[in-house]
Design a protein around this ligand. Sequence first.
Ligand SMILES: C[S@@+](CC[C@H](N)C(=O)[O-])C[C@H]1O[C@@H](n2cnc3c(N)ncnc32)[C@H](O)[C@@H]1O
Length: 458
Amino acid sequence: MSQLSQLVSLIANATKLVETHANATNTDLSLDSLEPPSDTFYTPVVEEAIRIIEGACNQLCAIVANPSHTVVNKAFAHFEPACIRVVASLRIPDLLFDKPQGLHASDIVKHVSSQQGIAVDQGKLARVMRLLATKHCFREVENDVFANNRLSIQLLSYAGLADSALHITDELAKAASVLTETLTDSEMGLSYSPNKTPFNKSTGYPGTIFEYYEGLNTETGRVQGLRFHRSMPGWSRAVGATCVATRYPWEKLPPGSIINDVGGGIGVIAMQLYKVHPHLQYVLQDRPPVIATAELEYWPSHAPEAIRDSKIQFKAVDFFSEPLVRGYVYYMKGVIHDWADEDALKISSNVKAVMKPTSRILVHDYVLQHTTRKNVNSVLKIAPEPLLPNYGAGRIKVYNLDLNMMCVMNSLERYQEDFASLGEKAGLKILQIYECGDANLVEYVLQAAVPFTNGGGV
Ligand SMILES: C[S@@+](CC[C@H](N)C(=O)[O-])C[C@H]1O[C@@H](n2cnc3c(N)ncnc32)[C@H](O)[C@@H]1O
C-alpha cells in the first residue's frame, strides 16, 4: 500500500471507532452543535483514535499539497491567534450566545459599542470572523451574519477557555514573536535563567513571569496574573487534566491520607480531587498572594463545605527553600515544567526532604516523544506507521507547550529519560507513568521505597 493509502485507511478505521462511540453515547459530533461532548466521551481509546485522525489528516495534507502553498500557510499561522484574541477580547461569543440564527456584523459592532464602549469597524470585524469561520470557529450563516458553533462556544467567557485563549494570544504570543531576537541575543540566547526569556524581552520586565503576575510593578501584570489564575479551570478541562481524578488509584489511599497540591495555584485540581475523593485530606501550597486568593475567594465561593469540614488546609510556601507540609502524595501539576533542570532539581529535592518511605510524588506534566523510531525508550504508546511515532499533529499541544515554556521561563517539557535522570539526581525513582489526556502523571517514590500498598498513609 502507498503511504497515502495507509494514511487514508488509518483515518477511516479511527473515524469509524469515534463514530460508533458517538452513536452509542448519543453524542452529536456535528460542527454546528452547541452541546459540547461530556468529558467522559473522551475515553483513552477515543483519545488515541482522535490523535491518529489529527496526525494522519495533517500528514496526508503535507504530502499531497504543493509544498510552497503549505509553507506559506504555516508562515501565516499567526493570524488565527490574532483573530481569536480579537473575538475573545470583544466577547463576541457571549454576544452570539442566545442568537442561534446569528447576528449581522453591523449589529455585532453596535452591541460591542453599547456594552463595552468600544467603536469597532464592521467590515474589519467581519473579515476577522470570516478567517475564523473558514477555520471552523463560528459559522457564517449568510454573508456577514455570524453564529456560534461547536468551537466558538468554547470561547464564552464563563466556559473558562476565553481567559486561557487571551493568556495565550496576548502575553504568550507577544513573547513568541521575539523568539528569534532572544535566541540570537548575546546575553539571553545561551541562558537558562527564568528571567532571560522572550517574555522578558517582549515586556522589558526584569523578573520571572510569576513575579510579574503578582503585579507589584505593573498594573498590566496584575490584571494578566488574575486572568492566568482564573484561566486554570478551563485550561485543565482543555488539556484533559481533570481526568487525574479517575486515572490514578486515589480510592485505594487510606482515608485521611494527605494530598499536598504543591504549586497548586488556587487549587483547581485539589478541589476536583476533593469532590471525587472526599475520604482524603488536602493541602494547598503556593506563593502567598495565590494562597490568599484561594483561601479568601476561590474555595469559599466554590467549595465552602471543604473549609467548614477542615478538608483543606492553605499554607503559603516558597517551594525552593521552605519545608512543605508532610503528605502521602505530593501532587505537582504544571510545576516541574516551569523550571529548567537546576531549579526543577531544587524543588524535587525539597519535596524529597519531607517524604516518608511510603510517600509518592506525582508530577503532572507532558512526556515528550521523539519524532524518530530509533532508540525509543518510553512506556508511552508509539503511533502506528506511517505516522510519526509521536503522532505528529495529533499531539502537537505538547510541543507547543515545550516552546511556550522556553519563551516564558527558559524551561521545557521533558522526555521519559529526562524525568528518570531528574529523579535519580534527587534520590527518586519512577514507579509508573499514567496517561491523562495529552498529559502524563509521572509517579516517583524514594529510591529505597516500598511498593504501593494500602497502608502507611500520613
Ligand atoms: C503553571 S502554575 C500551575 C498551577 C496549578 N498546579 C495548576 O495546574 O492549576 C505554577 C504555579 O507555581 C507557583 N509557584 C511559582 N513559584 C513558586 C514558588 N517559589 N513557591 C511556590 N509556588 C510557586 C505559581 O504561583 C503557580 O501557581
